[in-house]
Design a protein around this ligand. Structure first.
Ligand code: G6P
Length: 612
């Protein structure tokens, strides 16, 4: 939700910021803007739409500046237009600010300012906060840093802000609470951004700023302080990210690249952990807390979006293998109800970005109640990774496409390994079955590769059904969450209305939608419920629905009931979701492409949802 970039140092700031904004566009692309300190004045340029539009507008302009800030927006307060685009300027024109987050009490602050003669040029909470800072600075006759500190004590909500001041030509002041901020440390220069992707080509040394910290950033100095004005020692981390990982590498879209990377990302996730021959799983986060995990009275899984679907698969797997009751919660619901969390409960938080606001706050609440938090996170060093008591990274590498693909299979791989390890320790699984699943998990990258080799078949199916207005996705057991995920992917990327349902539950409502125009996708790989799902196919066929089925190689019955079929290699039913989701990812990708949609940046979505 909004990407921010800042630079101060000897380089030209604009190219650094522009490139950074392009990398952060996955966080929002409603508008883009930059503020540059040019010949002693702050020049602000901003425009509705994607970063490329801003770039085009600025061709030929004199943008000479060694300090600047830039923003790519996902609109919260105020519609996406030029006026509401960031950066915002303060009333006296001396300050410029960008913001990622929401100021919840902005209306109250705005009223106070209006009473004091302020007028506003945008509908944003950001302009309110900026003028509030300016007001304090003028009234208290103090410096910007102090004014910011005072203002932030009055603010409720979430923010990561970058501020620049005309009279302070080399200093960016930043603050965060709830929205991420990374500072890259170069030689005589500093880079600021929402994540490390705009920074890695300049330096590998970064500082992750914590909540309630302020950063005063000059070319050759970085000072961190808390809101009480005490200095905090910056903790420097070495980035373990390669530039190639955030580039398209010859693919047309990040989403396609990320789908095709899965054989290697799943392999990377298993590597060093799973030794199928030796029959061992090495996960230090699990091992160090094995007593707590295996004796958990209950496991609660908290997540949003695609990560929530990974949680649903994990529920089935953990209950089956470990015999521990599992509940899967939407973070946004969990945080506002009054959930019962006891000391013996374990919370598993699943998040690609590690920054999702609802998940973060839900975890804080659970922590207050004494729960043990285990994070399954992709983004190394992210907020959720840092607040968890223990965890396991998914090692899928940076995921840029807004629709989550490789992060999801990484989550499944980690959760399967966790379940297997706990079950083995608890002796709730036979040695033979444990060994079988280990070997099967080990074979997943190769099987995913085999599925991807047949991607063209899915492309043909996508083109055939691209004009449908609705889709139904059905699955049972371990494949039920995959049906939900297939429907979510299609909605996100093709704007076709799609619903995921447990195949049998379909009789209690969605069957009313079935006619000769409705494509129904069955995730119907061979498992213990296979005959049941075949009956569900019959029910759809009898009503003339168009059946697209994802089946196991060698299945001879389902093709006779289906209009279109896609086969995947055989696998144990617990492992099958790691395979059956791949054709659904491809289906949404190729449908989106066939409809001419910008699949990496579908409308209204953002990858990292740092507002509630
Ligand atoms: C957004 C993204 C989804 C993602 C969800 C949860 O909606 O578009 O792809 O699944 O947030 O994000 P997280 O980073 O916590 O997994």
């Amino acid at each position: 939700m909004c990407g921010i970039v800042g630079y101060t140092g000897p380089r030209q700031a604009y190219p650094v910021i522009l490139k950074g904004l392009k990398r952060l566009e996955y966080r929002g692309y409603d508008s883009a803007g930059v503020a540059l300190l040019h010949e002693g004045k702050i020049d602000v340029y901003k425009k509705k739409g994607k970063v490329a539009g801003l770039e085009e507008m600025l061709v030929g302009k004199n943008l000479d500046a060694n300090m600047g800030i830039g923003h790519t927006r996902w609109a919260t307060h105020g519609e996406p237009n030029d006026r509401n685009a960031h950066p915002h300027s303060s009333s006296n024109g001396k300050l410029a600010m960008i913001h990622n987050g929401i100021i919840e009490n902005y209306a109250q602050l705005k009223n106070e300012l209006i009473k004091n003669g302020y007028t506003f040029t945008s509908d944003t909470d950001t302009e309110v906060l900026l003028n509030f800072i300016e007001y304090i600075q003028t009234n208290n006759d103090c410096g910007l840093e102090e004014a910011l500190r005072i203002a932030l004590k009055r603010v409720t909500g979430a923010y990561c802000i970058l501020l620049m001041e005309q009279d302070n030509p080399d200093t960016i002041i930043a603050a965060r609470k709830g929205s991420p901020l990374v500072i890259g440390i170069g030689k005589g220069e500093h880079f600021l951004a929402s994540d490390a992707s705009p920074i890695i080509e300049y330096t590998k040394e970064v500082v992750y700023v914590n909540d309630y910290e302020l950063a005063i950033v000059k070319p050759d100095e970085l000072i961190l302080k808390n809101l009480g004005n005490e200095k905090v020692t910056p903790y420097i981390t070495k980035l373990d990210m390669q530039l190639a990982a955030i580039e398209k590498g010859g693919y047309d879209h990040f989403m396609l690249k990320e789908i095709f990377e899965q054989p290697s990302t799943i392999h990377d996730c298993l590597r060093g952990r799973l030794d199928a021959q030796a029959g061992t799983i090495t996960m230090s986060g699990v091992q160090e807390h094995i007593e707590q995990l295996k004796n958990a009275n209950r496991i609660m899984i908290i997540a949003c979006g695609t990560s929530w679907h990974a949680g649903l698969v994990a529920e089935y797997v953990i209950e089956e293998l470990c015999r521990i009751p599992v509940e899967v919660e939407y973070a946004s619901e969990f945080r506002y109800r009054n959930p019962i969390v006891n000391k013996g409960d374990v919370i598993i938080a699943i998040s690609q970005s590690g920054e999702t606001a609802d998940t973060l706050v839900a975890l804080d609440r659970a922590k207050e109640n004494g729960a043990f938090i285990f994070g399954v996170v992709n983004a190394v060093g992210s907020s959720i990774a840092r607040i968890s008591h223990a965890g396991a990274y998914t090692h899928a590498g940076p995921e840029i496409g807004v629709a989550s693909t490789k992060a999801f299979t990484g989550q499944l791989a980690v959760l399967m390994m966790m379940a297997l390890k706990i079950a083995n320790e608890k002796k709730t699984i036979t040695a033979e079955y444990y060994q079988k699943l280990l070997l099967e998990l080990n074979d997943v990258p190769e099987k995913v590769d085999a599925i991807l080799k047949n991607a063209a078949e899915i492309k043909t199916i996508a083109e055939k059904y691209k004009d449908a207005t609705d889709f139904l996705f059905l699955g049972r057991g371990y494949n039920f969450p995959i049906a939900l995920e297939g429907a979510l992917k299609l909605k996100e990327i093709s704007y076709i209305h799609a619903e995921g349902y447990p195949a049998a539950e379909m009789k209690h409502g969605p069957i009313a939608l079935v006619d000769e125009n409705l494509p129904v996708v069955f995730v119907a790989t061979k498992d213990s419920y296979h005959e049941k799902i075949v009956s569900n196919m019959q029910e759809i066929k009898a009503r003339k629905g168009k059946i697209i089925s994802i089946i196991t190689e060698g299945d001879t019955i389902s093709p006779t009931l289906s209009n279109d079929c896609f086969s995947i290699p055989p696998a144990d039913e617990l492992i099958a979701p790691l395979l059956s989701v791949i054709p659904l990812q491809l289906l949404s990708y190729y449908t989106g492409i066939a409809k001419g949609i910008d699949v990496d940046k579908p409308r209204n979505l953002a990858k990292s949802v740092t507002v509630e």
